[in-house]
Ligand binder design. Structure first.
Ligand code: GLP
Length: 242
């Protein structure tokens, strides 16, 4: 596992946007797995700026989602589909045709999970998977004690994650769905290059356990230690307990 410490979130975003640009120059139709939450926004802003200036050609990039709420209509502004379209697909000048995600409003959620894993494999696998980290060490929505071999499936959110995410739902926890679809830890480990970005002091404990702790399902992000080419980018605050 490669750990890179940067001064702040903006520098982390710039560094990872450069890595994405380098990938796209080698493989213009690379499949980029994107994460939601506040942490990756500087990556998307830096990448969109590079596209606008002509430094990066993302016109053939393909984008895929990491996870999704169950039960929110696809058009809900906080469905991860809407968030990824708004924060990534549109700013990069891509069309919806270049984007794929699990169907959180499917009648048969189990079938939607299986279909998504199959679609990822048929698309040739994820070339670069961006990840944030929850305060409890979760990646995607793989909460503590998720199987390290898990595939895309339905999960129940912990109370802490629902509290953390209530800020996207008018600070009203009752609006935060209880269930989600998430790529499994096994699915994430199949990506060719997972890159986790963590910023701020609130992530320092989770980062220390991810990087220096044992590989354990209680800290799902620690599974990245098993990947031959995983990168963890942390700002100084998030690195403060390393
Ligand atoms: C949610 C997402 C994760 C994300 C996490 C942290 O749980 N499913 O992918 O990493 O939030 O979000 P933030 O970056 O806002 O702290």
């Amino acid at each position: 596992m490669e750990v890179v410490i940067v001064p702040d979130a903006k520098a982390g975003g710039e560094l990872i946007a450069e890595a994405i640009g380098a990938l796209l120059s080698r493989k213009p139709d690379a499949l980029l797995g994107v994460a939601t939450g506040s942490t990756p926004l500087p990556i998307y802003q830096a990448l969109a700026a590079k596209v606008r200036s002509g430094a990066v050609d993302a016109s053939r990039a393909r984008i895929c989602q990491l996870d999704e709420y169950v039960g929110l209509p696809a058009g809900h502004p906080e469905s991860y589909r809407s968030v990824v379209l708004r924060e990534v697909v549109e700013p990069l000048g891509l069309s919806e045709a270049s984007f794929m995600g699990p169907d959180g409003s499917a009648e048969d959620v189990q079938a939607a999970c299986l279909a998504y894993d199959k679609a990822l494999a048929e698309a040739g696998g994820v070339d670069l998977q961006l990840l944030g980290i929850g305060t409890d060490g979760h990646i995607g929505f793989n909460e503590p004690c998720s199987s390290l071999a898990s595939r895309t499936r339905i999960k129940t959110l912990t109370e802490q994650t629902r509290i953390d995410n209530a800020r996207f739902f008018d600070d009203d926890i009752t609006q935060v769905p209880h269930h989600v679809i998430t790529q499994g830890i096994g699915t994430i480990l199949e990506s060719r290059h997972p890159i986790l970005l963590a910023t701020g002091e609130g992530k320092a404990d989770a980062v220390a356990q991810t990087v220096e702790g044992p590989v354990a399902s209680v800290v799902p992000a620690s599974a990245l230690q098993l990947h031959p080419h995983a990168t963890v980018v942390v700002d100084e605050a998030a690195a403060s307990k390393l």
